[in-house]
Design a protein around this ligand. Structure first.
Ligand code: NAI
Ligand code: MG
Length: 533
């Protein structure tokens, strides 16, 4: 997702979403910038039906064992969209048993890799066909701009499944010469039952990052969605069944972290665990895995990623990209460029541009065309962000623009820019996960490398320079799993993603994403007549 392509798509004015009630002229009239005093207009009503609210266990949609449900909310208003079955440990047990059976006795790992690949491809085709419905559910449940969901994220999910479908029948082991007296084969085998726990910021994209490689390798899955965004995964689960996925291969549990999530993490019959979310919860999940059956765990956690604007940078472009790096997806990105370091010589010019971009950012109902920023996910995140803004002001940073709630309903926050931010302020150290840009001044490369690396996180970094030597120096000196140079948030199924330090363990995507779902078996047999070879 190149930054330029994304901003072009987001600036289109006509919406073609067939799943909204109301006509397009009403849609286009709704866009406005936060600097106007207008309140958020009456929210548009998505007309897509929420058909799937139960758990998916063993190929069937079922109620939870307790019969309990929980509401999933519309972040534009806080109103209930639907009541969803609430899974707990008994449901996790049932789902793991189904996944176990599908792995041990069922067809999935025994099917030819070519057939598995064809099911993944059929699923991708079906998802492509239902792109707009799924994007509508995603926007409704999460609050992200519809155009972002429909034109970027869901197509990316489709691409992701096609990419891993392509790998399915190309996974193979090795033979090694060893001592010359033995025939040694190295087999790459699926783990078995994979437990997966995903967050709410990119619900279906995170589903794809976890499900696609696990299935391509022949694992079966129990996936727990985030309690804030259960809807899109359930909808696409139905498409998976339609594509011919055998029962029990993919099970989906909606529910809460300390109950369903903890039950999955500590389950004795789950062979591998993958988690995306906060560093705090990542630690809990790792402990639960260790205390139960020592299942291997991959973690994709938080970040406080530096975005470094060098003195030779094109200031206009750098400011636009820094704005995108932070504000994209309401600032709810693990890899958000949340510490904007700017060289002292261009600092004032940059600040002016950054401020103007924030002032002109178009906030409003994410279903309206041209909207760049919707509401935050829920009241907890909304309050957390406002708390950090107050902390920023109290600690002496300069509030350049924003700083308050936007409108009077839902979880909208004004695009906010702080200048004069110092390294020891909490807003420069902790993950805010909201539309709050912190701008810091630096003197030279040595200074900025040291400061950029002074963090417990190491997920990503951005470097903006026209000098190849500066770029080479910084890309090697920065301790982060991804360094984007003169671009940001460029994702592709083939590019590995993951964190240094407390931003995670292991890698997802690309060939590295496959390795986390495969284990290695050495098979050794004597060679009868080694002298003959
Ligand atoms: P979280 O890390 O608690 O939630 C992520 C997932 O973990 C959800 O599915 C949740 O139900 C599950 N979970 C929670 N407690 C669990 C437990 N004890 N055992 C097993 N699973 C558990 O994140 P939350 O509370 O939604 O957001 C808190 C902060 O985390 C955010 O403000 C943000 O800073 C960060 N975050 C980072 C994300 C990333 O992409 N790295 C995504 C979401 C949040
Ligand atoms: Mg919701």
């Amino acid at each position: 997702m190149a930054a330029r392509r994304l901003s072009l798509l987001l600036s289109r004015t006509a919406s073609s979403n067939p799943f909204l009630r109301g006509n397009n002229s009403r849609l286009t009239r709704g866009a406005f910038s936060y600097s106007t005093s207008a309140a958020i207009e009456e929210p548009l009503t998505p007309s897509v039906k929420v058909d799937y609210t139960q758990l998916l266990i063993n190929g069937k949609f079922v109620d939870s064992a307790s019969g309990k449900t929980f509401p999933t909310l519309d972040p534009r208003t806080g109103n209930v969209i639907a009541h969803v079955a609430e899974g707990d440990s008994e449901d996790v047990d049932r789902a793991v048993a189904a996944a176990r059976k599908a792995f041990d006795e069922g067809p999935w790992p025994k099917m030819t890799a070519y057939e598995r690949s064809r099911i993944l491809l059929r699923f991708a085709d079906l998802l492509e066909k239902h792109n707009d419905e799924v994007a509508t559910l995603e926007t409704w449940d999460n609050g992200k701009p519809y155009e972002q969901a429909a034109k970027i994220e869901i197509p990316m999910v489709v691409r992701f499944f096609r990419y891993y479908a392509g790998w399915a029948d190309k996974i193979h082991g090795l033979t090694v010469p060893a001592d010359g007296e033995h025939h040694v084969q190295i087999l790459h085998e699926p783990f078995g039952v994979a437990g997966q726990i995903i967050p709410w910021n990119f619900p279906l994209l995170m589903f794809a990052w976890k499900v696609a490689p696990a299935l391509a390798c022949g694992n079966t899955i129990v996936l727990k969605t985030a309690e804030q965004t259960p809807l899109s995964a359930l909808y696409v689960a139905k498409l998976f069944l339609e594509a011919g996925l055998p029962p029990g291969v993919l099970n989906i549990i909606s529910g809460f972290g300390p109950t369903a999530g903890a039950a999955l993490s500590s389950h004795m019959d789950v062979d591998k665990l993958a988690f995306t979310g906060s560093t705090e919860t990542g630690k809990i999940v790792l402990q639960l895995a260790a205390k139960s059956n020592l299942k291997p765990v991959t973690l994709e956690l938080g970040g406080k990623s530096p975005f470094i604007v060098c003195e030779d940078a094109d200031v206009e472009k750098a400011a636009e990209l820094a704005h995108f790096a932070l504000f994209f997806n309401q600032g709810q990105c693990c890899c958000a460029g949340s510490r904007t370091f700017v060289h002292e010589r261009i600092y004032d010019q940059f600040l002016e541009k950054a401020k103007a971009l924030a002032v002109n950012r178009v906030v409003g109902d994410p279903f309206k065309a041209g909207i760049q920023q919707g509401p935050q996910i829920d009241t907890e995140q909304f309050e957390k962000i406002l708390r950090y803004i107050r902390l920023g002001v109290d600690s002496g940073a300069t509030l350049e623009t924003g700083g308050e709630r936007f409108g009077s309903t839902g979880y909208y926050v004004q695009p906010t820019v702080f200048s004069n931010v110092q390294d020891d302020m909490l807003i420069a150290k902790e993950e805010i996960f909201g539309p709050v840009q912190s701008i810091l001044k630096f003197k030279d490369l040595g200074d900025v490398v040291r400061r950029a690396n002074t963090t417990r996180y190491g997920l990503a970094a951005g470097v903006f320079t026209q000098n190849i030597d500066t770029a080479n120096t910084l890309t090697r000196a920065l301790r982060a799993g991804t360094v984007w140079v003169n671009c940001f948030d460029v994702f592709d199924a083939a590019i590995p993603f993951g964190g240094y330090k407390m931003s995670g363990q292991g890698r997802e995507k690309g060939i590295y994403g496959l390795n986390s779902y495969l284990q290695v078996k050495a098979v050794v047999t004597p060679l009868k007549n080694p002298a003959w070879i």
